[in-house]
Design a protein. Structure first.
Length: 330
């Protein structure tokens, strides 16, 4: 009996050791991140970023949404390590992938980084600048604030093909969206919450022409799109339009609020990926909850999901580098 007890004890001890051993190889993306990472090494960093974003948005009130979008596009490719900012002479960088050609605000990131570098040379990473800028842009749009975890370091690789294959498309259905978010450690609620970022900013006609004119190849429109809204969009987006930009949240596209979810619930989501949220019970329930003034949790949820997204594939410790300029490796 004593031998049996000893064997059982040894078995559980070995199991614990095995779990600890395996966990040391698990993708603990958030390890090394914390709110206030630069409190001692660059105490003015976050204040400098905030002021720089405020100045940028005074000059261009529409730049807030693109700055938020840039952080999303960075995190979904190689993780939140600033690869979307890098430029290669051969144009094979992420910036030149089709989903990123409409990104803008890179000069704002350059200016923020330069201001931080002047105060604390070689301390604050470009990837942390992106994370802080995204938060401050949302706040400037009357949206919520959250504690941004910092401590990321910058990657040295950028690849156009990785951007093509990793960035969710506005044409995706709900199955594809859930799968892509799941591959980054984000769940269905995160999908619905982060899609709410479309409450600010603009979308371009080329991405919805199929919804308006030839959805199934028979010259029809998307049946998931409200007919009156489709007619309104057709007046603005002609079949050959490749440039026109429209508000994704008409009448409220400069204010970060819950109105996006009301539009989606009315089948007036701008992209197919917006409409797709109604095709899954969990994402649909979240959308409908946010349309009730007494039940909306969007502001709080957005900060939580942004922190979660900000942990994807980060480089910390001695990995990567702290770039001096965000467009090039040191």
């Amino acid at each position: 009996m004593a031998d049996l007890k000893m064997n059982v004890s040894c078995f559980f001890f070995i199991q614990v050791l095995l779990l600890l051993f395996l966990s040391s190889f698990a993708p603990t993306n958030a390890q090394g991140l914390k709110v206030g990472f630069y409190d001692k090494t660059c105490s003015k960093a976050e204040a400098i970023v905030k002021k720089s974003v405020s100045d940028a948005m005074k000059n261009d009130p529409t730049i807030g949404a693109p700055l938020l979008r840039m952080f999303f596009h960075d995190c979904f490719v190689r993780g939140c390590e600033g690869s979307v900012l890098l430029e290669l002479n051969n144009k094979k960088d992420e910036k030149n992938a089709a989903p990123n050609l409409s990104l803008r605000g890179f000069e704002v990131i350059d200016n923020v980084k330069a201001a931080v570098e002047k105060e604390c040379p070689g301390v604050v990473s470009c990837s942390d600048v992106l994370a802080l800028v995204a938060r401050d842009a949302v706040v400037a749009l009357d949206g919520p604030s959250w504690g941004v975890e910092t401590g990321r370091r910058d990657g040295r690789v950028t690849n156009i093909n990785e951007a093509r294959s990793n960035l969710p498309s506005p044409l995706n259905n709900i199955t594809s969206l859930i799968s892509q978010f799941d591959s980054k450690g984000l769940d269905k609620k995160d999908l619905a919450v982060l899609s709410g970022g479309h409450t600010v900013g603009q979308g371009h006609c080329p991405l919805i022409l199929n919804r308006l004119y030839n959805f199934t190849g028979k010259g029809d429109s998307d049946p998931d799109l409200d007919t009156e809204y489709a007619a309104t969009l057709r007046k603005r987006c002609k079949p050959t339009d490749t440039t026109t930009a429209l508000e994704m949240d008409p009448g409220s596209f400069k204010t970060f609020d819950e109105s996006y979810f009301k539009l989606v619930s009315q089948r007036r989501g701008f992209f197919q990926s917006d409409a797709a949220l109604l095709n899954n019970q969990e994402t649909k329930s979240y959308v409908l909850k946010q349309t009730k003034s007494y039940g909306s949790s969007f502001s709080k949820d957005f900060g939580v999901s942004m922190v979660k997204m900000g942990r994807i594939g980060v480089l910390t410790g001695k990995a990567g580098e702290v770039r001096k300029k965000c467009r090039m490796v040191n």
